[in-house]
Design a protein around this ligand. Structure first.
Ligand SMILES: [Zn+2]
Length: 241
């Protein structure tokens, strides 16, 4: 049966209330088959400390079977981009949140290692993988993921194993944006098309900001309902066989 892979981005103490709300939205459709993309220190202002109430929440989610992915370290793009294309992508596609687009290999590796250690310390098990903020990976980030032998990573169009060097799945991820009315409209239209795509693995990625738009929440709900009719909620780890 075809798979449905659901994820919540930007899991951070800063967005604790929104994350709870998104979990309530997902659970009736996918149960605990949910991937949480965890940001260790969102914008350098929301550190997750081992032993804190939020860290204990993460632990309980991991114990229930939710997958924890490392999702950047600070989430904010502080790098200077050398290539014009990268600068434009960083500016227009991400509102400055493409943290791993401009990082060099060493800096990217250090952040990934630190983040993976934190997740393991909190959850008592290794992170399921790494997903760059805004799904944007520079060359340094791609090299660092191989250096760190990360098991799973994903971008807009595929899931791959940096450690195994294999592409595991090819399909667009359905995601929503409410930053401007035009973006909201285009993401609603895209979701309406993509949720019926006959791909093997359908991915749905939702964000804390989605909670603030009722239209967008309705679209997520419809997408989950339509997708779950013909798909089985699955864990990312299944793709590793
Ligand atoms: Zn994010």
């Amino acid at each position: 049966m075809r798979r449905l892979l659901a994820s919540i981005h930007d899991v951070s103490p800063r967005f604790e209330r929104e994350v709870e709300r998104l979990l309530d939205l997902l659970r009736p459709h996918v149960g605990d088959r949910i991937a949480l993309f965890v940001v260790p220190d969102h914008w350098g202002a929301a550190p997750i400390r081992p032993g804190s109430p939020f860290a204990l929440r993460l632990r309980s989610w991991a114990d229930a079977g939710l997958e924890l992915f490392l999702h950047g370290y600070f989430h904010r793009d502080t790098g200077a981009h050398e290539r014009l294309g990268d600068r434009l992508r960083a500016r227009w596609m991400t509102a400055g949140e493409g943290e791993f687009l401009g990082l060099g290999r060493d800096e990217a590796r250090q952040r990934i290692e630190r983040g993976l250690e934190l997740i393991e310390a909190i959850a008592g098990r290794p992170a399921a993988g790494f997903v760059a903020p805004a799904w944007l990976y520079g060359r340094g980030a791609a090299d660092a993921l191989r250096d760190c032998r990360v098991g799973l990573a994903e971008d807009h169009f595929r899931i791959w194993s940096p450690a195994g060097g294999r592409v595991l799945s090819r399909s667009p991820v359905i995601t929503w944006a409410a930053r401007t009315p035009a973006r909201l409209r285009s993401s609603l239209a895209a979701a309406a098309l993509l949720r019926r795509l006959p791909v093997r693995d359908l991915r749905i990625g939702i964000h804390p900001g989605d909670c603030h738009s009722p239209r967008l929440l309705r679209s997520i709900e419809t997408t989950l309902r339509v997708a779950a009719r013909s798909r089985r909620p699955a864990a990312y780890a299944e793709l590793l066989g």
